[in-house]
Design a protein around this ligand. Sequence first.
Ligand SMILES: [Zn+2]
Ligand SMILES: [Zn+2]
Length: 106
Amino acid sequence: MPCFNCGARQSDPVRGASPWIRGVRADRQVLVCPACRLEADLSLDRCAECASAELVCRLGEIECRACGHVREARPGEKVIADAPGLSDEVAEALSRVLAGGLLRRR
Ligand SMILES: [Zn+2]
Ligand SMILES: [Zn+2]
């Protein structure tokens, strides 16, 4: 998954602490690169309880990693876009295909 802000990709996945941060934007999981995380205006979603931007998006839920507050993701969003590991383009293409009924079961 590339940085949502500048499109940079994580070149070498480091085990343990990564300088990249995960966040949630418009109820979607996003990755932020070390350069962009320093920017003040990333428009990340924030926790309603503690205003932390350290949110994790799971299926249908947004959890705050700072205080543990959980809220439902806004209805109307496609659940498929929340699947971890899917880039926005892939999720978008998939939902387009699904919506068009082109993906048939064998
Ligand atoms: Zn970036
Ligand atoms: Zn919180």
